[in-house]
Design a protein around this ligand. Structure first.
Ligand code: HEC
Ligand code: HEC
Ligand code: HEC
Ligand code: HEC
Length: 181
């Protein structure tokens, strides 16, 4: 094959892969879309290298959820933690699709910002991860035992479904990693 054939072929084969595995060009590429940060720096929308508002994930103050206590499925009320504070700062229905029925009511969504339980029917967590047959999902926080948005989602890779999932949920593989049914 000559170069004129190989180059377009290489573009067709590799460009979609690159697009799935990076923030660049995905819906989370928000360079220039917000009133802070820098139009050149893709990471700065969600992380800053110095003087961050929290220690975890170097979160800029603009990305700390400020809606107060939330109600989640199961009735637990509390302040969201860890990666959930970043996600909920945008996913409130104004800047990005909402996950709650209001900015504080998440009773119709899968629970988050909870301690992963030691319980029959749940895969045992070890070393800050829940490792099942299809892959491993991270738990967060200082004790590495908190289930957050970032346990099921990877904000850096939109994946085949476009839902930024850590494991695609084909045949409910994501669900079955934690729930043994
Ligand atoms: C839309 C928001 C968002 C953007 C943009 C973003 N991140 Fe993140 N990042 C997060 C969140 C939320 C977490 C915590 C959950 C997790 O681990 O995925 C995180 C975690 C991390 C971590 C620690 C955990 C790990 O995966 O190793 C690193 C390192 C990181 N990001 C680097 C980057 C870099 C580099 C960029 C720019 C290319 C970037 N991030 C862009 C939201 C974002
Ligand atoms: C800086 C703002 C911002 C942050 C932080 C952020 N997102 Fe997003 N997210 C967006 C925007 C904007 C879109 C695109 C919305 C659209 O096109 O309608 C999006 C799209 C998505 C989508 C795809 C929605 C769809 O149905 O197409 C998912 C899933 C998602 N985000 C999950 C997350 C999760 C989980 C986190 C935290 C780990 C997070 N996002 C953090 C702004 C953000
Ligand atoms: C237990 C796993 C899990 C947790 C925790 C979780 N999500 Fe999701 N999320 C999913 C799955 C699976 C989908 C895809 C649903 C579908 O395709 O029907 C999804 C879809 C989404 C979407 C796309 C809109 C939609 O309804 O399809 C957004 C936005 C989103 N999640 C944000 C979040 C945010 C923000 C958090 C934390 C507050 C969070 N998710 C916590 C599993 C989870
Ligand atoms: C990262 C691990 C994890 C993943 C992935 C996950 N879950 Fe869960 N799920 C939990 C935890 C932890 C609870 C709270 C269990 C408790 O405290 O009893 C829960 C609770 C639930 C409940 C409420 C159960 C009850 O006893 O009230 C349902 C239903 C549920 N999950 C369904 C799903 C579905 C469907 C998926 C896939 C889209 C999914 N989960 C993915 C960890 C997970």
């Amino acid at each position: 094959m000559n170069f004129r054939v190989i180059l377009p072929l290489a573009l067709i084969l590799f460009l979609p892969v690159a697009a799935l595995a990076s923030v660049v060009g995905s819906k989370h590429d928000l360079r220039g879309a917000l009133s802070y940060g820098s139009p050149q720096e893709i990471c700065k929308v969600c992380h800053i290298p110095h003087r961050s508002a929290t220690e975890s994930f170097l979160i800029p103050s603009e990305r700390i959820y400020s809606g107060g206590s939330v109600t989640i499925y199961g009735g637990t009320v509390g302040q969201p933690g860890n990666s959930s504070t970043i996600c909920l700062s945008c996913h409130d229905g104004t800047l990005a699709p909402a996950v709650g029925t209001s900015s504080t009511d998440f009773t119709h969504s899968h629970p988050f910002s909870i301690t992963y339980p030691v319980k029959t029917g749940m895969t045992v967590a070890a070393g800050g991860k829940v490792t099942g047959a299809y892959g491993a999902l991270p738990l967060e926080g200082a004790a590495e035992n908190q289930l957050e948005c970032g346990s099921c989602h990877n904000p850096h890779e939109r994946g085949n479904s476009g839902k930024y999932l850590r494991l695609e949920n084909t045949n409910s593989n994501l669900c079955l990693t934690c729930h043994q049914k």
